[in-house]
Structures are given as structure tokens and as C-alpha cells.
Design a protein around this ligand. Structure first.
Ligand code: ZN
Length: 427
């Protein structure tokens, strides 16, 4: 029989009682919804209720330096137990849940030994989770699935990540024979409203590389995000009293409408692309006869392509203006964020070790690209290279959200292996 390269790691968790499920069930019952309309930091004070619990539990497990700061960040350190010089790595997850769906009084339900049936959620029988709409669920037959009860989201995004990291801490502290370098823990607020790293103190954190635990299906590994620009196209018309406007008025609203009409209908847009394709997407239009504005987001994995897309928009703008004599157009581009792969490619070991750890856990790596930005992409450009690892969280930001207990356990195994890989590869 040929021995598979990673089977020697398969017994490591045989006698371990995972704590990830219990933790998860407790954490999701704490309402931590963030609020995009708030100007405070964190955006909602209630997020600290969970963060305080986490600090308490980290201290109980033995991490004496665990603290919650005034901005809502939790920092903690697992001290090194090796004589090797291992780069300090960090594991990061966010405590807040999406403002798109209620996160108050979440009642988690564990569907043991899932058999493929439709999951009708008891508090609103209209909310039904099916394998037709959620094909990943088909792969989860025989596993234990956790859902909410029908009136709220579940909050697996990202309390699955939080619980996974907490269980990893528990494993390492109860298995002192496992050699590892210094490992940092970071729990952030307000990721869902795009402010997750606004007040993070990277000096205080003191990590060289980091991993967010906030990706979906088992084995998923994300080391790239979109590169993103915003583009604003402004049209100027000529206003005149409408009763006496013949031959004088040029209506900017009509110019803008004509411009939008010229955009391609079957490609180049979010509704017609997926995978690695980019797009241009009008997100807002406003105006009066004198002046009208169309705002775009421009997205692609290759930063260089953004300019191509922007040139295309500019051409369409010029064509439009040419067919409305007297009108004029203005084109402004603003950089939003960049593909974190540009940073991660300079530190290939960060992704290599993560892929190896996933395989040691007996899982096949699924390389994925995030069709959006993540806290990890911002951290990467702030100097902390941060790809994203799976936790099992699925169908997030709504009442159909679910997670498999066994996926969360595989995620715990993965990051335990990951700290071991970093130690083994160091001198
Ligand atoms: Zn998330």
C-alpha cells in the first residue's frame, strides 16, 4: 500500500474533545450586530459583550495578557515553547455580524447526523434550507449542521472563525508537547461595515504574518481579492427656461441616460460575470438638467486591467458627449483597494504553509479568489500579509446561514497544523 504523504498526522485529534461547537453555540447567542450609520468606535457597544467573554475565556485557558481595548479589539499571546526563531504569526476573526439581517436573540439549532432533507426553520416555516438552493449541503450528509431558527441570521460569519481560534488555543495549551513559536490572537469589531482594521494597533500586535478565519467551504483558501477603483462620470448640460429652451437647452439627465444605455448588456457587469472575470458597475446616478453624475465601481483581479476598463468608460463618455452638442463630460478615478496577492507573492511561504496545513488535516485545498475586499487585503497593505482560511460558514448575511460542526473541527485541525508547520520550517 502506498502511504499518502500526510497520513502520519491523522491520529493527532483522535483523543481530543473539540470545544468548537459548544463555544460557537454560546457566542452566536450574543448580539454583536454592527451599524454602518454609527460614528462611534466600535460602531455598537454591544460587540464588546462578546469580546469581554472571549478575554475571560482566554484568561481561564491561561493567556494572562488577553485584553480588550477601548476600540473593541481583543489581543492575546500564546507564548513560544521552542528554542527556534519562529516568525510571530497571528490568527484573526471578527466578532460583529452583518447589519443586513437581525442578530438579536439568535436561537441556534443543531441538526445531528444531517440526512439531506429540507431544513424547515421552526420560528418562520417560510424559511427553508434545501440542497437544491445550497448544493454544498449535499456534501454535508452525515455531519451535524447548525442553523438559526428562522427569524435571525446565525452569525457563523464570523463566530465560526472566533470559535475555531479559541479551540486552537485550547488544543495548544492542553498539548504542551506540540512545539510552536509565539502565536498572536486578534478579534476585531466592525468588519461587516468595512471598518474592521481602522483602529488596529499592528505594533502592539507584533505579528509578522497573519491569517483571517473567515472563508466558507472545507478546504477553501483565499490569497487574493479584487483590485478596486471608483470612477465618477459627470455630464454638464446647458440649462434654460423650459418655456423658451428651443435650440438652447441640453439636458444632462438625458446625456447620462444615453451614456448608461451604451454600456454592454451581456458582459462586463456583476450580473453577467463570475470566477476571475472583472466588471464595471454603475452604483449611483443623480442629477438635474444642468449636471448629472454616474458613479461606478471598477473591479478585476489584475490591477492593470482596471485602467483598460476605465478607458472603455471614458470612450463611451466621449461618444455620448459627441452626440449631444453643447454638453461636456468629466471623468475622475479614485483608487479603493488592491489585490492582496501583490503583497502575498512577496512572502510565498505564508500561503505555502497554509496549503500544507490544510492537507495535513486530510483536506483538499480549494484555491479561491474573493470577489470583494477583505480585512485581510487591508491588513496586507498595512504591512501584515493576511490570507483567508476556511471555517465552514455558508450562506452568510441571511436567515439561511448554516455551518457544519465537522467543518469547524477541520478548521481547528488546520490551524494547529499551521503553527506546527511554521515551527518545523524555522531554524
Ligand atoms: Zn466575515
Amino acid at each position: 500500500m502506498i502511504e499518502l504523504p500526510f497520513t502520519k498526522y491523522s491520529g493527532m485529534f483522535d483523543d481530543y474533545s473539540f470545544t468548537v461547537e459548544d463555544r460557537f453555540l454560546r457566542y452566536v447567542q450574543v448580539d454583536t450586530q454592527s451599524d454602518p450609520n454609527s460614528t462611534t468606535q466600535p460602531s455598537t457597544e454591544k460587540q464588546k459583550n462578546l469580546s469581554r467573554m472571549l478575554v475571560e475565556e482566554l484568561k481561564q485557558m491561561g493567556l494572562q495578557d488577553a485584553i480588550l481595548d477601548e476600540w473593541g479589539y481583543v489581543y492575546a499571546t500564546i507564548p513560544s515553547n521552542t528554542t527556534k526563531e519562529v516568525p510571530v504569526i497571528c490568527f484573526c476573526a471578527h466578532v460583529d455580524t452583518s447589519p443586513d439581517c437581525s442578530g438579536a436573540q439568535v436561537k441556534p439549532i443543531v441538526h445531528r447526523n444531517y440526512d439531506g432533507r429540507k431544513l424547515v426553520l421552526p420560528d418562520d416555516k417560510e424559511v427553508v434550507i434545501t440542497t437544491e438552493e445550497h448544493p454544498y449541503l449535499k456534501k454535508k450528509i452525515g455531519e451535524d449542521i447548525i442553523t438559526a431558527s428562522g427569524t435571525t441570521l446565525l452569525g457563523a460569519d464570523d463566530k465560526a472563525g472566533v470559535a475555531v481560534i479559541m479551540d486552537m488555543v485550547n488544543y495548544l495549551l492542553t498539548h504542551p508537547d506540540i512545539s510552536h513559536g509565539e502565536v498572536k490572537i486578534l478579534f476585531t469589531p466592525d468588519e461587516e461595515i468595512g471598518r474592521g482594521v481602522d483602529k488596529v494597533d499592528l505594533k502592539k500586535l507584533g505579528a509578522k504574518f497573519s491569517y483571517t478565519l473567515d472563508a466558507g467551504e472545507r478546504g477553501a483558501f483565499e490569497d487574493e481579492t479584487f483590485s478596486a477603483d471608483g470612477a465618477t462620470v459627470t455630464f454638464y448640460g446647458i440649462s434654460a427656461h423650459p418655456g423658451y429652451a428651443k435650440g438652447k437647452l441640453v439636458n444632462a439627465i438625458k446625456v447620462a441616460a444615453d451614456f448608461v444605455e451604451r454600456l454592454p448588456k451581456n458582459h462586463f457587469s456583476p450580473e453577467t460575470t463570475d470566477g476571475r472575470e472583472g466588471f464595471v458597475h454603475p452604483v449611483q446616478i443623480s442629477g438635474i438638467a444642468e449636471k448629472a453624475t454616474v458613479q461606478f465601481i471598477v473591479r478585476d483581479f489584475q490591477t492593470g486591467k482596471l485602467t483598460e476598463y476605465e478607458n472603455f468608460l471614458k470612450e463611451k463618455m466621449e461618444e455620448t458627449v459627441a452626440s449631444f452638442p453643447g454638453s461636456r463630460g468629466e471623468f475622475v478615478v479614485k483608487e479603493q483597494y488592491r489585490n492582496m496577492k501583490e503583497v502575498l507573492d512577496r512572502h510565498p511561504e505564508v500561503s505555502e504553509y497554509a496549503r500544507e496545513a490544510i492537507q495535513r488535516a486530510g483536506v483538499s485545498v480549494i484555491n479561491m479568489s474573493a470577489r470583494g475586499g477583505t480585512d485581510g487585503s487591508r491588513l496586507s497593505f498595512m504591512g501584515l500579509p493576511t490570507p483567508n482560511l476556511f471555517t465552514g460558514e455558508m450562506a452568510f448575511h441571511g436567515k439561511h446561514e448554516y455551518v457544519s460542526v465537522q467543518d469547524m473541527q477541520k478548521s481547528v485541525e488546520t490551524i494547529v497544523h499551521l503553527v506546527m508547520v511554521w515551527e518545523e520550517k524555522s531554524q
